[in-house]
Design a protein around this ligand. Structure first.
Ligand code: PLP
Length: 225
């Protein structure tokens, strides 16, 4: 059995032990098509990419029944390349981006699923909307016709202890519920996307139902690939 498949099985097993209703997004950024195909052939369909050009290349070369998750920072001028190809954009954090996604989705006569990326640890991450601004952004986005808010996404700082992460996760979940209650007409609280290779179990234990796991499945990334 290939290394990737056994690592993947290991992650799936650990997830299912905690909660078998979690979507595993296999983060394939910087990894070749062949690696993705190994999991595809086993029936896995949810893959995450963070760079537009790389995503487009993979999209063009791979089967069309893959569910693509765009998880990286998305520049407004690149939105037009991903609309109609991605199933879920995790990283929506500004009105400008929301407007652009709505505009190109309308042009193509479709509805794009998005998550609002929230930044609760403002000191290091530059992306994600702040707690204070998140209510207004969700309210604004929920009134647009060609996007559908499916939930929220969080990327913690890299240097947090398990206790700090746990507190952060709980804060994130309660803020997400709070925002949803205040916008309950147009928002589908289906996904809370948090948890990566080092903390996906902790994340699920604390309310995540969508984890984004890269290196624990595909191995360490070569950034000069
Ligand atoms: C790269 C990336 C991941 C996966 O990271 P690993 O630590 O390799 O699991 C998850 N989420 C986002 C937003 C990423 O950019």
């Amino acid at each position: 059995m290939s290394d990737i498949i056994s690592k993947y099985n290991n992650v799936v097993e650990k997830i299912n032990k905690i909660n078998d209703n979690v979507t595993l997004v296999a983060v394939s950024k910087y990894k070749p098509i062949e690696d993705i195909l190994k999991l595809y052939e086993m029936g896995h369909r949810d893959f995450g990419e963070s760079r537009v050009q790389e995503f487009i290349n993979k999209y063009e070369s791979l089967p069309k029944d893959i569910n693509w998750h765009f998880i990286g920072h998305l520049q407004t001028n690149k939105v037009k390349y991903v609309i109609g190809k991605v199933n879920l954009i995790h990283s929506v954090d500004s009105k400008k981006l929301v407007d652009e996604i709505n505009k190109y989705s309308a042009k193509k006569n479709l509805i794009t699923n998005i998550l609002i990326q929230i930044n609760l640890s403002n000191d290091i991450n530059k992306y994600g909307i702040s707690r204070e601004e998140s209510f207004e952004l969700v309210n604004y986005a929920s009134k647009l016709n060609n996007i559908k808010i499916m939930g929220f996404m969080l990327i913690p700082r890299y240097d947090m202890s398990n206790d700090e992460l746990k507190a952060l996760f709980n804060d994130f979940v309660s803020l997400s519920l709070d925002i949803t209650v205040k916008n309950n007409d147009n928002i589908y609280m289906k996904y809370l996307s948090f948890g990566m290779s080092d903390d996906y179990e902790l994340a699920i234990l604390n309310g995540s139902n969508m984890v984004r796991v890269g290196s624990k499945i595909f191995g360490a990334r070569e950034y000069n690939y």
